[in-house]
Design a protein around this ligand. Structure first.
Ligand code: FAD
Length: 474
């Protein structure tokens, strides 16, 4: 018998695991285990599954349940410690385990614990490239330090292209149903009412439908490069990340769709830029594979433990968690994150920069907060981007600082985002808000900023000091 354990590969199209099962022609069980520790709160009050994130995941699973049902295969859902659940199931009915390769150390640890008890066959489905294609780069000495280095290697030196997605075929298998300990325990409030902002269903069919609408009906890819930094709207960027993160969309399928679009309408700087963003995702995915635990340490990829985390500041942390920092641009972004589970890339950068450089909190806590709330949480992209902005990741400039008012004037001059997520400020003007954020003239109807924002020069000095320390250490 065979058991396919799904994690972030919740789809049927371009799925090497289902393809393996189909070729073997043995009875198949398909299982999803919600790790119970995702719901356990840590000492800072964070966990891994907010209500909005749970709602999106639930719709991914419901869709997959329906799609598998049409193939006469049942999707078994349960919660628990994956190692315990799978070991117990294996004791009841021995099986060969088919599952995704480990990406993060946590998953590698699960697989290592299961290995002595059962035969495991792994496959890859979350990346554009395969491990064989990138083999020359996949160790700490040869993995490129920067994204541009990675892109050059992939495009020019190795000259590789993502493989074609696997063509769909009916499974034509019998299934067996494992006797699992119980159903999934969802967070109590998963059935929250829909909010403004990102509001689409999870799952393979909704993901494919949206991708096709974005490309072929709206032809929104034609303005991607010009609009991708906006903060509001439903096609300023592709907004495919939630489906990619849960594996309801295959990155190779997305790539192929963009290629098809380019064949029909010609390639442009916009389609090229969108592909480049998919390469950023790829870069972080493979960097995580190479760097493993280092990805999650405070000093990250920078040599040695040069700096120690800042002292924990409870009141700054509470203000962040309650979206009450007194900075309308930040509080609006946090409201969007909490209520919709999705925030534009530009605003993610602004939020992360504010958390690290103004609130002076440990960037890893911010990454955990995003992990709890983002419906597109992806371990490599999230932790990779946070450490990039903190200066401990792949950024050659040792971190990024975003000046709040400059960003507000450039990306929300009409205050569409602030008015959507902080309707109480609907009568305020851009000038009022900038003055308030700068600590000058306070808005009457809004709490005072909890910190004074830095100036870019100050950040530059800090970053220069860090560079000097780093070069001395090397
Ligand atoms: C602090 C921070 C945390 C982030 N956390 C996540 C996360 O948990 N999950 C996640 O998918 N992305 C994350 N990103 C990257 C990026 O913000 C999102 O991928 C993007 O906003 C998703 O919207 P989109 O699908 O419309 O992207 P588009 O702009 O349309 O890009 C298409 C796809 O390319 C990939 N991509 C785009 N930008 C990046 C990037 N900077 N890094 C890696 N991949 C990228 C995504 O898969 C995205 O869906 C984070 C960025 C920052 C600054």
């Amino acid at each position: 018998m065979q058991l396919l354990w799904l994690r972030n590969d919740l789809r049927l199209h371009d799925h090497p695991g289902f393809e393996l099962a189909r070729q073997r022609q043995q009875p198949l069980a398909v299982v999803y285990i919600l790790p119970s520790h995702w719901l356990q709160t840590d000492s800072h009050g964070t966990h891994r599954l907010s209500a909005v994130k749970a709602r999106f995941l639930r719709t991914c699973l419901i869709q997959l349940h329906r799609d598998l049902y049409k193939e006469n295969i049942r999707l078994t859902l349960t919660s628990g410690d994956p190692v315990e659940v799978l070991t117990q199931l294996h004791q009841q009915h021995p099986f060969e385990l088919l599952t995704h390769t480990a990406q993060a150390p946590e998953e590698a640890d699960w697989l290592a614990q299961l290995q002595p008890h059962m035969t495991i066959t792994t496959y890859e489905s979350q990346t554009l490239f395969s491990e064989e294609q990138l083999a020359p780069l996949l160790n700490q000495n040869s993995f490129p330090a920067s994204f541009s280095g990675f892109r050059k290697q992939v495009e020019r030196k190795l000259d590789i292209q993502p493989p074609e997605p696997i063509a769909p075929s009916p499974l034509l298998l019998t299934d067996w149903t494992p006797d699992v300990p119980g159903n999934i325990q969802w967070p109590d409030d998963w059935h929250l009412q829909p909010q403004p902002g990102f509001n689409r269903l999870g799952g393979e069919q909704p993901g494919i439908k949206w991708l096709k609408e974005y490309l072929w009906q709206r032809r929104a890819i034609d303005h991607y490069k010009s609009t991708r930094n906006r903060l509001t709207g439903d096609d300023y960027s592709s907004q495919i990340s939630p489906w990619l993160a849960w594996g309801s969309l295959s990155p190779r399928y997305v790539w192929q769709q963009i290629n098809d679009y380019e064949s029909e309408f010609g390639s442009s700087e916009h389609s090229g830029w969108l592909k480049q963003e998919l390469l950023w995702r790829e870069f972080f995915h493979w960097s995580l594979r190479v760097n493993q635990h280092r990805f999650f340490t405070y000093s990250g990829l920078k040599a040695g433990e040069l700096t120690s985390p800042p002292a924990f500041n409870q009141s700054n942390w509470d203000a962040w968690r309650n979206a009450s920092t007194g900075f309308p641009m930040i509080d609006a972004g946090l409201n969007e994150l909490h209520q919709s589970g999705f925030v534009s890339n530009r605003l993610r950068q602004i939020l992360a920069s504010f958390f690290i450089h103004e609130l002076q909190l440990d960037w890893r806590l911010g990454a955990r907060w995003f992990e709890q709330h983002l419906i597109d949480f992806d371990v490599a992209s999230n932790w990779g981007n946070w450490s990039y902005i903190a200066g401990s990741g792949h950024d050659p400039r040792n971190g990024r600082y975003f000046m709040l008012n400059k960003q507000l004037r450039q990306y929300d001059p009409e205050l569409s985002h602030i008015h959507l997520w902080l309707p109480e400020l609907k009568d305020s003007t851009l000038e009022h808000i900038c003055q308030h954020q700068q600590g000058q003239q306070r808005l009457k109807e809004y709490p005072a900023p909890i910190v004074t924002v830095k100036h870019k020069e100050l950040f530059k000095d800090q970053s220069k000091n860090l560079s000097q320390k780093l070069s001395k250490a090397r």
